[in-house]
Design a protein around this ligand. Structure first.
Ligand SMILES: Cc1cc2nc3c(=O)[nH]c(=O)nc-3n(C[C@H](O)[C@H](O)[C@H](O)COP(=O)(O)OP(=O)(O)OC[C@H]3O[C@@H](n4cnc5c(N)ncnc54)[C@H](O)[C@@H]3O)c2cc1C
Ligand code: SF4
Length: 333
């Protein structure tokens, strides 16, 4: 780890000013915000992240979880994953988020990890985390060691010839199915970004992961009023705890009798970003709950999958994950 300066702003304005010196919020940067530190500090120890200045945002007033006048929920960017998962409104109206959070990491990590930090957690691609190897995400233009290397955990959807890294988050899959919006304050003022527009596909610039710009602070995440009365998050992984997803699925739906009136489908572990499947939703919308429809939805969701040398098994695994999540969600509806 290299030496760095440390500052603790007490207002969002001060944090924006300090952060604006960063080259981009997702690139090798001179300035980094730190929240729970569970991603950033690890990467600093590995010399993957080498900020000259660390801006601790923990004194900013961004930790509250509050209902909105419209019946939604605003989750402060500094709300800890453990507190969000146990919040009574989340448990009642957004259970898919609680399930996703509780499936991730460990109790100790969830006590530290924040909503904003989780949105920006980095890939677990082993080559990204080891500076000996070429990695376009860590060092643009250096090459991708995972294509043709160890890629069992990596993505099969949204990949490019320059990067096949998967987005590792569970939280963000649930937030995608819930159609969350992200409130950002930065040098350009305040803006609200739908989560589906927040993450970028790798293309030829895998070092750019989101639409955030230098100095942008994630202030909160807003969940719209609950539209689906039932939901489910299913995570499939190599061991039952403390492991990232090989494939996961978040379902939010509302039934009228056996008819699917509203449905949102998102997948994790398989995409280069939290993966909303409009294709699956299209198959399911307005149809009757039945196995054949679920299978067709899963086929549609994975039709563009492009596996690498070691992760072809994920195509079938993700389909089965989606079908099982739909069975569970509709069984309890
Ligand atoms: C051993 C281990 C196992 C894990 N297992 C899982 C798992 O199974 N599932 C899963 O989903 N996650 C898992 N995680 C990841 C964990 O969820 C993340 O590390 C955590 O959510 C990051 O939050 P943080 O607050 O600690 O972020 P930090 O490390 O503080 O920050 C992460 C990034 O976000 C930026 N940032 C933070 N807050 C803001 C903000 N408000 N505005 C702008 N930028 C910000 C920082 O600059 C940094 O680039 C695991 C982590 C570890 C170490
Ligand atoms: S898959 Fe992406 S993160 Fe992994 S080595 Fe290739 S460029 Fe780097």
């Amino acid at each position: 780890m290299e030496t760095f300066q440390f500052s603790r702003p007490t207002t969002i304005g001060q944090a924006i000013q300090l952060g604006a010196k960063a080259s981009t919020a997702q690139q090798v940067a001179d300035v980094r915000f730190v929240a729970g530190g569970t991603t950033l500090v690890d990467l600093m120890k590995l010399n993957v992240e080498r900020p000259r200045q660390l801006v601790d945002i923990n004194l900013l007033p961004m930790e509250k979880i509050e209902t909105t006048a419209e019946g939604g929920l605003v989750i402060g960017a500094l709300a800890r994953n453990a507190d969000v998962a146990r919040h009574p409104v989340v448990l009642r109206d957004y259970a898919v988020l609680s399930e996703a959070l509780l499936s991730g990491a460990s109790p100790q990590l969830r006590n530290m990890a924040t909503t904003g930090g989780n949105l920006l957690q980095r890939t677990r691609c082993v080559y990204f985390r080891d500076t000996v190897h070429a990695c376009n995400k860590r060092e643009p233009g250096s090459g991708c060691s995972a294509i043709g290397g160890h890629n069992r955990m990596l993505a099969i959807l949204g990949t490019s010839k320059d990067c096949i890294a998967s987005n590792p988050s569970d939280q963000n899959v649930a937030l995608t199915a819930l159609e969350a919006t992200i409130q950002v304050e930065g040098p350009r003022g305040k803006r609200t970004i739908p989560i589906n527009d927040f993450y970028l596909l790798p293309g030829s610039t895998p070092h750019r992961e989101t639409v955030l710009e230098p100095g942008d602070v994630i202030v909160s995440v807003t969940l719209p009023p609950p539209r689906g009365v039932k939901s489910h998050y299913l995570k499939l992984r190599d061991r039952a705890a403390y492991e990232f997803a090989l494939a996961s699925a978040a379902i939010v739906l509302r039934l009228n009798g056996k008819k699917i009136e509203h449905v949102r489908v998102a997948m994790g572990g398989v995409g280069t970003r939290p993966w909303r499947s409009l294709e699956a939703e299209h198959v399911l919308q307005g149809r009757t709950v039945e196995m054949e429809t679920f299978r067709r939805a899963a086929e549609a969701a994975l039709k563009d999958a492009r596996p690498a040398s070691e992760n072809g098994f994920k195509v079938e695994l993700a389909k089965r994950c989606l079908v099982r999540a739909l069975v569970t969600a509709t069984a309890t509806a």
